[in-house]
Every structure is written in C-alpha cells, then in structure tokens.
Design a binder for this molecule. Sequence first.
Ligand SMILES: [Zn+2]
Length: 247
Amino acid sequence: MKPMIKILAVGFLAAGVGVMAGRMLAPKPDPIPTDPLGKLQYGNKLFANGKLALPPVDEMTRYQLQTEGQKPFAVVVSCSDSRVPPELIFNQGLGDLFVVRAAGHVISVETLASIEYAVEHLKTPLIVVLGHSHCSAVQATLSDKPSAGHLPQLTAHIEPVVQRLRETHPHLKGDALLERVIREHVIHTIQTIRKRSAIVRELHAVGKVQFAGGVYDLRTGVVEWLKLPPELDGELSTTAHRGKVSH
Ligand SMILES: [Zn+2]
C-alpha cells in the first residue's frame, strides 16, 4: 500500500471506531413507560420540562374513538382549579383519561358513581387523586371567614382532615398547615373512595385497580407522588410511586 493510501485508510478506520465508540458512550434515551402510572409520570415530566407533545386530536382520532369506544387508562380525580388541567399536565390526549373534577376533589355520590363507571364498565385500572398547591378549597376550609351558598357543604368534606391535623400537629400554622392538609386530604380522598365504594374495594382487592395520589405544584408543574398507606398500595403498583419521584 502506498504511504498516502495507508494514512487515509488508517484515518478512515480511526474515524469509524470513533463514531462507534461515540454511539456506545452516548446516553440512551429512557424507554417510554407502558404501565398507567409510568405513562402519567413520563407525561408530567414532559409537561414540567416545557416539552409538551400532545397525541393527535385530529378527525381520524375522533372517528376512531367514536366508533371503537373509549378505553381510558386512568381515572383522575382532581380539583376543578383552572390551573390544574389533567390532560395537559400529564401530556395525554383524547380518550386517555377519565377525569372527575370537583373543587377540592371532594367525593359526592355523583363523583363516586363516575369513578365506579370507569373502573367497572371501562375497566380503567388506575385511580389517581390529584391535589395541588395553594388549593382555594383547602384554604377556604382553613379560613375563619364564613362562606356563602353551597360552599360550606363542600368544605365540610375537608374539615375532618383539618381537625385531625390540628389535634395531632398543633404546632402547624399558616402555609405549613395548608401544605400538610393538601397532602393528607389526597390520602383521605383515596380512603373515602375505597371506603364508600364496594365496587372499587373489590376490584382493588383482586388487583384490578390500583391507587395513586399526587400533589401538583402550580409553579414548577411537577406532580409529587405520595407514599400511600399499606391498605391503599397494591400489587400492580410500580416501585416509582412508593416514594417521591424525581424529575
Ligand atoms: Zn384546588
């Protein structure tokens, strides 16, 4: 081999090895989760990082959903607050989430029936209760000011959580108390759903429904997943929601 050709050949070989090594050393993208809770966690990560990539909402999608029916993978029981839209903060599209909303995500007969419809008839395998920071319904419950109309009936659902925390943690005041009530009220709402609905209780007992609870931060856009008491945790749960999920 002539010297120049030899140099070129060695150069190409070295470049090829370099490209291969670079590919091997480059960080692989995280696989997209396929389990219900993993999908929500992944979608929230996209949302919080400003990389929202909503699935198609075109005519074909609407046609398919109408003709084939809905098969949502999660029930999301959330506050009505306009800053907490579940489809956006979990990066989900048409037909993905069965959303049940009421201020303070309080449970009434009607909301309970909606949840039961999803888990029994649509076979939705995950019930998420989603609270959020600076929740006005929780703030109203903590306030001394009397509220008008039907609001007292709504805050009455949150009152037991406030009373219990005032007894067990009398030192908590102001924002610290508000934050704690928000978290405890999420757990309390899941317990209420399980306690009041035999349908949900039975499906959870046989592992066909799992629970998850989260608190959405209005500023960061991140959902922090709460550790649930043992009776609410289930076999289908992923390890991720047993503690805080980092983003
Ligand atoms: Zn709220």
